[in-house]
Design a binder for this molecule. Structure first.
Ligand code: FE2
Length: 209
């Protein structure tokens, strides 16, 4: 442990505006048809396969090895795809009998958004259309002045988005910088949540810098 408790407390009290974590390692989603899902993500969205396994089977009466919240089915398919940005998209294959999720309920995953450069953005739109994938919305301006998106669904009914700064670079995507907003505008937005001025100052101090 490098940090003393006092250093950690000081860091919590005075946020630096810099992230402590680096981003997503893997996002784990559920399917009932791994082959159909791999076909879509590998062939249509062009994600390379990275790793595939079956989760461990459990001895009779044993609890899940990864604790509470582990998928409640032993010995199921679990595959990992490269979604770019050194991050993985993972799927578990659940039994076909599972109920569909309400994506608009508390704690649900509403949608997944992938980012790419302007040239690739147009290519991906054409690629989806060529594969017969319906574009559910867009392309449209989502964050002025230049962040554009379009939306579609994977074969599991998961809502997906591809987002792009159309004025940005093809390779150096600058996601955080391109989505940042002026301090005064953020202050005005926060004031709509609470009139607690000390809380607003704390949030402004923790703005991305
Ligand atoms: Fe989004």
């Amino acid at each position: 442990m490098d940090n003393t408790i006092d250093e950690i407390r000081a860091e919590i009290a005075a946020p630096s505006g810099k992230p402590l974590l680096r981003g997503i390692h893997h996002l784990a989603l559920n399917t009932t048809d791994m082959r159909m899902t791999l076909d879509f993500y590998v062939r249509v969205l062009g994600m390379p396969l990275v790793h595939g396994l079956r989760t461990p089977s459990r001895p009779p009466g044993a609890g899940p090895a990864h604790g509470i919240g582990t998928p409640p089915y032993p010995n199921i398919l679990h595959y990992f795809l490269d979604m770019g940005g050194d991050s993985l998209l993972a799927f578990f294959e659940y039994p076909k009998s599972i109920a569909k999720v309400d994506r608009d309920t508390l704690g649900a995953m509403q949608h997944v958004s992938f980012v790419c450069g302007p040239q690739r953005y147009h290519q991906m739109l054409a690629r989806l259309k060529a594969n017969g994938v319906a574009i559910a919305a867009g392309p449209l301006l989502t964050i002025p002045p230049a962040i554009h998106s379009f939306y579609f669904f994977d074969p599991n009914g998961i809502r997906l988005e591809i987002v792009c700064d159309l004025e940005g670079e093809e390779e150096d995507l600058q996601v955080i910088r391109s989505c940042a907003m002026p301090e005064a505008e953020l202050r005005a937005q926060l004031a709509a949540i609470s009139d607690d001025k000390a809380w607003i100052e704390d949030m402004i101090a923790a703005m991305s810098r």
